[in-house]
Design a protein around this ligand. Structure first.
Ligand SMILES: Cc1cc2nc3c(=O)[nH]c(=O)nc-3n(C[C@H](O)[C@H](O)[C@H](O)COP(=O)(O)OP(=O)(O)OC[C@H]3O[C@@H](n4cnc5c(N)ncnc54)[C@H](O)[C@@H]3O)c2cc1C
Length: 483
């Protein structure tokens, strides 16, 4: 064992197992685990965006869980606020540490922070070492034959498979050295991460942030993974893993996810459920690949023709969408579920994003910002890729003219109406036939169910047919511009 002292800087890797930065420090006599909350949060931001309320709620509880886990092994988490370069330098002086380890972040702002920290620490004579901990493979390892990045998922996924998705997982430490009493941090409560209002109180019914919570969820999902390909699109079923916030905060790593699936299903890539699930984990990698190679897509349309699209950005439409009062039941159910639980099903994300960007002609960036603020899994690469994909402005995008019909989507993916009835209870008494498009129902059907459109439930804010045509016309106007 070396007598040196190492700072392990936790970032979006709030776990002890399969943590390469921590693992590489284990030979050292002193390890100081540290989390730094920068002045505006470390979250990559667009024009002043800071980590949203739902995400801050998660971070609070995840840090508490990490601290508990560290204490169980004899250590503790030192939390400080400030610029990472300054905090790390002063902690190194206080503790006599000679090195700093961390796992890399790959979003534009994360990369900029990494570079600045590395340079500054090295100038001060400290060893600064970063590790790959958040993805199966970092984006510079997956390039086409010409050495260029992929813009389309399927060839990307094939290339990732060819490189190999089974990556080594490092085991968790059994004990950790204690942190010197003289080194103090801030209490988690003082960070002010919990929202002042009680709107997030219900989140705890849905989520258990932290490494143990991640594994509990994953293990129970594994019982159903063989049916994932059949259930993953159903809004009314618990057919997906809900691992996204845990993966975003790094409470579980994608390498662990793949390894655990493989331990249960050695031929996972030949079995429908497991294969489909691993492919979705591949989409997370793909999102990171896109944002890394095309960092401008955080704010800009990847397809430049859309710079000319006449977005309407009607404030009333935006507010109705955010509140789940658009008058389109499946959209409203999804938006209200988001507000209450901090999460939305992938199919629902596609439906509400299509409705906002196409039927309402609202700029995808407005929707993306709302998601970043309200999702517990708010993740810049996945969110940006998801919005650009649905809006038709991005790489491998759904063609612009493919506009989801939310009525048909509801009928198909919520066939018994359980999802809508749960989140839009004022429509619960409607028969299935009227549930997805109440504005088409007979007045007597509405009356029998206690529904008065415009009073107990809104009239649709846009006509689906006319708004669809308007979106297609808007696209006609831009289609000849240069991409
Ligand atoms: C408009 C839009 C915005 C989105 N914003 C986010 C976001 O901010 N954060 C986020 O994590 N995901 C985002 N997604 C992707 C996807 O909707 C969620 O990852 C998924 O719904 C999470 O649920 P799950 O964990 O049950 O997924 P599962 O179906 O169980 O999939 C397993 C894991 O694979 C990854 N994954 C699955 N689908 C996708 C996808 N389409 N793109 C990228 N990764 C995927 C996630 O990490 C997920 O946890 C967005 C998708 C769209 C269409």
């Amino acid at each position: 064992m070396s007598t040196s002292s190492i700072l392990v800087w936790f970032r979006q890797d709030l776990r002890l197992a399969d943590n390469p930065a921590l693992d590489a420090a284990l030979a050292s006599e002193h390890i100081i685990p540290v989390y730094i909350l920068p002045p505006e949060g470390e979250q990559p931001r667009r024009d002043g965006f800071i980590r949203g309320g739902a995400s801050r709620w998660w971070l609070h509880h995840s840090l508490a869980a990490l601290d508990r886990d560290l204490r169980a092994l004899g250590s503790r988490l030192i939390i400080r606020r400030g610029e990472p370069t300054e905090v790390l330098a002063s902690l190194a002086t206080e503790s006599g540490a000679t090195a700093v380890h961390w796992n890399r972040r790959l979003e534009p702002a994360g990369i900029a922070t990494d570079r600045a920290v590395k340079q500054s620490l090295r100038e001060q004579g400290l060893a600064a070492q970063s590790f790959a901990g958040n993805y199966l493979l970092e984006p510079w390892h997956v390039l086409n034959k010409q050495g260029a990045p992929y813009k389309v998922f399927t060839p990307y996924w094939k290339a990732l498979l060819a490189e190999g998705i089974d990556r080594p997982v490092v085991s968790d430490p059994e004990r950790l050295p204690p942190v010197d009493k003289a080194i103090e941090g801030e209490p988690i409560d003082s960070l002010g991460l919990l929202p002042p209002l009680d709107w997030a109180d219900g989140f705890a019914d849905w989520w258990t942030p932290g490494e143990a919570g991640a594994w509990d969820r994953f293990e129970s999902f594994l019982d159903d993974i063989s049916r994932y390909h059949e259930t993953r699109n159903r809004l009314d079923l618990d057919g997906t893993s809900r691992l996204s916030p845990h993966l975003h905060f790094g409470e579980i790593s994608p390498r662990q996810v793949v390894a655990r699936v493989r331990s249960e299903y050695p031929d996972a890539l030949d079995e429908k459920g497991p294969e489909h699930f691993l492919r979705e984990v591949g989409w997370r990698e793909f999102g990171a690949n896109l944002l890394y190679h095309f960092p401008q897509t955080e704010t800009d349309n990847l397809d430049a023709r859309f710079d000319h699209l006449p977005w309407r950005n009607d404030r009333d439409h935006i507010a109705a969408w955010q509140r789940g009062e658009t008058g389109i039941p499946v959209v409203d159910a999804a938006m209200r579920a988001l507000w209450t639980t901090g999460w939305m099903h992938n199919r629902a994300r596609m439906i509400v994003a299509s409705f906002l960007t196409k039927n309402c002609l609202v700029d995808w960036r407005i929707g993306a910002d709302w998601f970043m603020d309200t999702l517990v899994d708010a993740d810049l690469p996945s969110n940006t890729a998801g919005w650009q994909w649905v809006a038709g402005t991005g790489a491998d995008a759904a063609p612009y003219f493919r506009i989801f019909n939310p009525v048909l989507q509801g009928e198909k993916f919520d066939p018994d109406g359980a999802f809508i009835r749960r989140w839009v209870p004022e429509l619960a008494e409607l028969p299935d036939k009227a549930l997805y498009a109440p504005w088409e129902a007979k007045p007597s059907t509405l009356a029998d169910a206690g529904v008065t459109l415009g009073e107990t439930y809104p009239e649709p804010i846009v006509g689906l047919k006319t708004s669809r045509e308007r979106a297609l016309e808007a696209f006609q106007q831009i289609k000849d511009y240069e991409r």
